[in-house]
Write a protein that binds this ligand. Structure first.
Ligand code: ADP
Ligand code: ZN
Length: 214
């Protein structure tokens, strides 16, 4: 099954994408994680992306499209994949179509802006990719990753002002994709719940009808 996961920053895409990846045994490709990895490693890609990510703006389409092309060409993706955070603009979606990539379902996780702001202020992440929330998904030991034991930190772009920019960017550039995919008849939406497990249950239910076709 080839899945696109959509939703505002902080809607819980990363968390749900991990659950889906486990259930269907397909890899998740998260452009945000790839960009942060490159920034941390100080590669050319990272240097090109940094100013945009730090400001809560989209990295230029050509850059992320290049990343996706590379990943989708690998053998890992031949039994399906989850795109988490791509496409994020109409030109990116068009590029995916032009690549001849067939998408079975686009799942949008809906969460109100106020809720997003509340969630992001409590988000803590680990360099291994794990993600927590001080109230909703606390690690067993405060500020320590359950999975790898490393110290958790606040993502630089989770600062309040940047969160606002990311939400603005989402509404202006990413949200129009809902109409784009709804017209193709492959959009499904799920309301993000208070409890992660409740959202996951809704996500699995929404994806089930698309299993057979994939
Ligand atoms: P979130 O969805 O919580 O904002 P991500 O990790 O998906 O977090 O993305 C973080 C940042 O990485 C974005 O604010 C943006 O600057 C950049 N980014 C990620 N994916 C894309 C994309 N498809 N196109 C452009 N920029 C992207
Ligand atoms: Zn970790």
């Amino acid at each position: 099954m080839n899945i696109i996961l959509m939703g505002a920053p902080g809607a819980g895409k990363g968390t749900q994408s991990a659950r889906i990846s486990e259930k269907y045994q397909i890899p998740a490709i998260a452009t945000g994680d790839i960009l942060r990895g490159a920034m941390k490693a100080g590669t050319e890609l990272g240097k090109a992306a940094k100013s945009y990510v730090d400001a809560g703006q989209l990295v230029p389409d050509s850059v992320v499209i290049g990343i996706i092309k590379e990943y989708l060409a690998t053998d890992n993706c031949k039994n399906g994949f989850i795109l988490d955070g791509f496409p994020r603009s109409i030109p990116q979606a068009e590029a995916l179509d032009e690549m001849g990539v067939q998408i079975d379902v686009v799942l949008s996780i809906e969460v109100a802006d106020e809720k997003i702001i509340e969630r992001m202020s409590g988000r803590r992440v680990c360099s291994c990719g794990a993600s927590y929330h001080v109230v909703y998904i606390p690690p067993k030991k405060e500020d320590v990753c359950d999975k790898c034991g490393a110290a958790l930190y606040v993502r630089a772009d989770d600062a309040a002002e940047t969160v606002k920019n990311r939400l603005d960017t989402f509404h202006a550039q990413t949200e129009p994709l809902k109409e784009y995919y709804s017209k193709k008849g492959i959009l499904v939406t799920v309301e993000g719940q208070e409890e992660v497990a409740d959202t996951t249950a809704l996500v699995f239910k929404a994806l089930a009808p698309f299993e057979a076709q994939a």
